[in-house]
Design a protein around this ligand. Structure first.
Ligand SMILES: CC(C)(COP(=O)(O)OP(=O)(O)OC[C@H]1O[C@@H](n2cnc3c(N)ncnc32)[C@H](O)[C@@H]1OP(=O)(O)O)[C@@H](O)C(=O)NCCC(=O)NCCS
Length: 204
């Protein structure tokens, strides 16, 4: 049995009380996790701008690339919203080779069995609260439900290797891709071998 349906995403704030019979309208959920769509692209990019561009001048996905992947494979993205506001997200696409190459930065290979995680980022004011690891955990659980997905890979700067190790990723080796003067390590997480889980977790 899996615990994937038990999600520690309850907001610490209790919802406002509502008198019986009075319908609440236009109320945003306190906490929600859902796939992203192209309408979320600007919010995604705002977080990227602060998290990456202001730091290194580069970011994993530019706005047009965010829109590109959210059009081609929205089901490989996941956003965490608090009262309607995006606080953390993951964007992935499919890849069909053992290792990442420069092409992987811009392509989605629908027949691939590897999910390439392009970016995980948490809004600045919501960091250091465990949200990044929780969202990653939930995303990896979700990937088990997708047919044909065998592993997830990502590239990260070396200082984040311990962070991803805690989520279960293992080092695959030096990444062939460099961006400006940044170098990366490739890490992977096995998704296959869960046929029993797939049958018993309500995955469709
Ligand atoms: C990395 C990131 C996703 C972590 O999410 P989070 O919700 O804050 O994660 P946590 O609450 O577990 O706490 C932060 C952890 O991130 C890691 N981390 C974040 N920034 C780090 C840095 N500059 N150096 C080393 N580790 C760092 C550490 O493991 C840290 O845990 P620690 O404080 O116990 O050492 C978030 O800091 C972020 O969005 N950063 C900017 C974007 C980014 O670098 N994304 C990853 C590359 S795609």
């Amino acid at each position: 049995p899996s615990t994937s349906s038990v999600l520690p995403l309850k907001s610490s704030k209790s919802p406002p009380s509502v008198s019986p019979g009075i319908q609440r309208r236009h109320t945003l959920p306190a906490s929600e996790v859902r796939p992203l769509n192209t309408q979320d692209a600007i919010s995604v990019f705002e977080i990227e701008r602060e998290a990456f561009i202001s730091v290194s001048g580069e970011c994993p996905l530019h706005l047009d690339e965010v829109r590109h992947f959210l059009t081609l494979c929205p089901e490989l993205s996941m956003g965490w919203f608090e009262e309607g506001r995006l606080v953390a997200f993951i964007i992935g696409s499919l890849w069909d080779q053992d290792r990442l190459t420069t092409e992987a930065l811009t392509l989605h290979k629908p027949c691939g069995s590897t999910v390439h995680i392009h970016v995980l980022a948490v809004h600045r004011t919501f960091r250091q609260q465990g949200k990044g690891p929780i969202l990653m955990w939930r995303y990896l659980q979700y990937l088990r439900c997708l047919p044909n997905v065998r592993r997830a890979v990502l590239m990260c700067e070396d200082f984040l290797i311990p962070f991803y190790r805690k989520s279960g990723f293992k080092v695959l080796g030096r990444c062939a891709i460099t961006v400006a003067n940044l170098t990366f390590t490739e890490m992977w997480y096995p998704i296959s071998g869960h046929a029993y889980m797939r049958r018993n977790t309500g995955c469709v």
